[in-house]
Write a protein that binds this ligand. Structure first.
Ligand code: R5P
Length: 286
């Protein structure tokens, strides 16, 4: 078995190879002067199972994934597993308005048209889009590693930002042996909105909010401020994907939040929670 790390996922890919005790190759990627992507895997023919670890975000990294799939087919990979820690375009998972693309489904079809026998994602926005792959697909949940990371950190209550994500808070809370709840948004007037846990009191509690992703950070910062205003002792957040657009890390570290952590599906200064063991386990299971 050979793990190939694409340019988005060097740290995670190496960790996965270490977990599996197998050979690791870092793909060499650069840009042509016109901005087009060039990538190379410096190896003899594989004649072995190959795992490519690479995000399909942003756009040039998606192209790099296509190129890596073509390369491993040319180098006689046996079984090809794509580990896509953060799956780009996942949020446009259907036509919200006529004339739009179902981008997530299109991306699955494009990836599936190249070398690909098993796809592994982590907390993809809508798991059902993976059914567009004809090959085997597995969406892993980061809840076990998030719960493990926070289990000794004095958390009293686990919250999700809304009812739609309540199962994630339950999963993390149950694993930590802590109560869980979801936040409710109640409109008090034309200008006033109240955000508070639906059932639990947050006063004097150390709170952990769990979410699938932080993009601008707006959702989490608003929730954290409301909880602090309501008397929470501390508010931390853990998400699977730290996308952190528009200087979000800086804004979050100067907000009402005490800790901002994410998994290493996207590598950043906050990505201290590793999903490597989860991914290696899924690869072992085939
Ligand atoms: C929503 O579906 C997601 O779970 C996140 O809450 C949302 O994408 C976060 O976005 P932002 O950080 O821009 O508020």
């Amino acid at each position: 078995m050979i793990v190939i790390g694409g340019s988005t996922s060097e740290v995670l890919a190496k960790q996965i190879a270490d977990e599996l005790g197998c050979r690791y190759i870092q793909a060499g990627t650069k840009k042509f002067p016109d901005g087009e992507v060039y990538t190379r895997v410096d190896s003899e023919d594989f004649n072995d199972d190959v795992i490519i670890v690479q995000n399909t975000y942003p756009d040039d990294k998606l192209v790099e994934m296509f190129l890596l799939q073509d390369i491993v087919a040319g180098l006689k990979a046996k079984k090809v597993t794509l580990v896509i820690p953060y799956f780009g375009y996942a949020r446009q998972d259907r036509l919200f308005n006529p004339g739009e693309p179902a981008s997530a489904i299109l991306m699955c079809k494009l990836l599936d048209s190249l070398a690909c026998d098993h796809v592994i994602t982590i907390d993809i926005h809508k798991e059902a889009v993976l059914d567009a792959f004809k090959c085997k697909h597995t969406d892993l949940k980061a809840a076990p590693v998030i719960a493990d990371f926070f289990k000794d950190k004095g958390i009293d209550l686990v919250l999700s930002p809304d009812i739609g994500a309540a199962n994630r808070a339950k999963d993390v809370g149950d694993r930590m042996g802590k109560p869980y709840d979801h936040l409710n948004k109640t409109r008090l007037s034309g200008t006033e909105v109240k955000i508070a846990p639906a059932h639990m009191d947050c006063r004097d509690k150390n709170i952990l909010i769990v979410d699938d992703m932080i993009s601008t950070g707006g959702t989490i910062m608003t929730a954290a401020q409301a909880l602090r205003d309501a008397g929470a002792k501390s508010v931390s957040v853990a998400c699977t994907h730290g996308v952190f657009v528009n200087n979000a890390i800086d804004k979050l570290t100067h907000s009402a939040l005490d800790k901002v952590l994410c998994c290493n599906t996207l590598e950043s200064s906050q990505s201290d929670i590793s999903v490597a063991a989860l991914v290696a386990d899924a690869i072992r299971k085939g």
